[in-house]
Ligand binder design. Sequence first.
Ligand code: B4P
Length: 186
Amino acid sequence: MRIVLLGAPGSGKGTQATLLKNRLNVPHISTGEILRAAVAAGTPLGIQAKAVMASGALVSDEIVLGMLEDRFRQDDVHGGFILDGYPRNLAQARALDQLLSRMGLPVDKALQLDVAEQTLLDRLAGRAQAEGRADDNPQSVAHRLHIYQEQTAPVIDFYQHSGTLVRVPGEGSVDQILERIIAALG
Ligand code: B4P
């Protein structure tokens, strides 16, 4: 099954994708994780992305698409995948649609995790304390949520129109949400 995971920052995309990949036995592709690994390794891409990510802004569409194309060239995606963190705007949604059509790997389900804003703020504040991620400070979180509303939320309509959208309430325990997702995927 080829799944795109959608949701605001802190909605649990990364958390659920990590569990779901074991259930479905498909790779988890997180653009955030690929970018953080590039930053940690100090690659040219990482050096470019570091300050942008820390501020809470989006890395340029070309960089992220190039990165994703490289990942989709690997053989393990042919049995399915969970894509987490992409697309984040309509240009990315269209680019992904074209890329996957070209590869004969169209998206089966776009899964939107719905979470109230206060819950998002509480979770990200918790992670800031636990992990100290550079973009979990209050200023960057506010910027990420603003970008989400302005640029990423319209992507939900894109998948609604393509008939692949499934919405799941993303509040409750991690296990409860996982079971809801499995049920929604059928
Ligand atoms: P991401 O890594 O995608 O970060 P995120 O949106 O914050 O979600 P994440 O998956 O990490 O967190 P989760 O909700 O699971 O992106 C980071 C940055 O990378 C972006 O701001 C951007 O700069 C760049 N980037 C990534 N993709 C890009 C793209 N396509 N284009 C351009 N730029 C891009 O979890 C959050 C917290 O909630 C965790 O602490 C978790 O433990 C907790 N949590 C989860 N579920 C819970 C539950 N049920 N109950 C309680 N806590 C829960």
